[in-house]
Design a protein around this ligand. Structure first.
Ligand SMILES: Nc1ncnc2c1ncn2[C@@H]1O[C@H](COP(=O)(O)OP(=O)(O)O)[C@@H](O)[C@H]1O
Ligand SMILES: CC(=O)OP(=O)(O)O
Ligand SMILES: [Mg+2]
Length: 287
């Protein structure tokens, strides 16, 4: 699992620290890990490719996708509410400190905006999102950034924090509507989200349902409204009153696409996986 640190350097060291601490304290206990990439495992082959040479793919340089536990939670919740999630074209926008979107067909992930690492796709709290690879080469060769410095720049100094210059926290940025850099950071976040959303509808061949989740997606009506602005051509129309009131369904009768917003629960998903796995194992003595 240590080999995966470069794919998620903000996350995997913390995951490993917990495993090590428990192993040191209670070496007799079994531990179960849930991979955030697993939900995307069945993505169509094309969606897993990069434009790099084939040999590199054989060495694991491919698109994996993240926030899988969140997407799985959303699908299971819709299914439990008798939504025909298997018959719909669905996009889930997980917008939190990390942010990504997932296109779902038949209730399965067919495309997502994060790829090899947790950097790609949408800009995030401190991560840059999609970036022209030429910029990385330029920073390395012309500006002499070390690999460590570059990693810190891309993962911890960019996104909302980098553009605003003072905060990675969407709530703090929205509270400063007269600050030009805060406004621009939020506008860039929404612009990129809108652009990725439209690209994912192209992959799906249309859109029936859009779900906003994650701390920003579930709680920031202004961000949802900005992202959905001008998406009338896709059949997306928000009801401003329902959106501001924090209703579960926030689309208006004028729109063909059902738009909803609710909190995700990745921890519950982890607990469910553990329960299923343990139930499938022969009974063990619990210390
Ligand atoms: N009421 C709110 N309005 C706007 N943004 C919010 C609100 N509540 C939480 N957020 C934003 O959600 C983000 C955190 O999302 P969350 O999904 O909790 O993060 P993490 O990825 O760390 O789990 C922060 O940018 C925070 O400002
Ligand atoms: C995968 C990921 O980016 O997670 P988070 O949103 O919690 O940072
Ligand atoms: Mg989270």
């Amino acid at each position: 699992m240590r080999e995966f640190v470069p794919l998620a350097p903000l996350h995997q060291p913390h995951n490993l620290a917990g495993i090590t601490a428990v192993r040191n304290a209670r070496p007799d206990l079994s531990q179960i890990a849930c991979f955030d990439t697993a939900f995307h495992h069945g993505m169509p082959h094309l969606a897993t490719l990069t434009g790099l040479p084939r040999e590199l793919r054989d060495q694991g340089i491919r698109r994996y996708g993240f926030h899988g536990l969140s997407y799985e939670y959303v699908v299971e919740r819709l299914r439990s509410e008798e939504v025909d999630v298997d018959g719909e074209r669905v996009i889930v926008a997980h917008l939190g400190n990390g942010a990504s979107m997932c296109a779902l067909k038949g209730g399965r992930s067919v495309e997502t905006t994060m790829g090899f690492s947790t950097l790609s796709g949408l800009p995030m709290g401190t991560r840059c999102g999609d970036l022209d690879p030429g910029i990385i080469l330029y920073l390395l060769t012309e500006m002499d950034l070390s690999a460590d410095r570059l990693r810190h720049l891309l993962y911890e100094e960019s996104g909302l924090l980098g553009l605003s210059g003072f905060s990675r926290n969407m709530q703090e940025l929205l509270a400063r509507p007269t600050d030009h850099s805060a406004l621009e950071a939020v506008a860039y976040f929404c612009y990129q989200a809108r652009s990725h959303l439209a690209a994912l509808t192209a992959v799906l061949g249309g859109l029936d349902r859009l779900v906003f989740t994650g701390g920003i997606g579930a709680n920031a009506p202004m961000v949802r409204a900005d992202i959905c602005a001008d998406l009338g051509y896709l059949g997306v129309a928000l009801d401003p009153t329902r959106n501001t009131a924090g209703a579960r369904v926030i689309s208006s009768a004028a729109g063909r696409v059902v738009v909803e917003a609710f909190a995700t629960d990745e921890e519950q998903m982890i607990a469910q996986h553990m329960r299923r796995l343990l139930a499938a194992q022969p009974a063990r003595q619990v210390a």
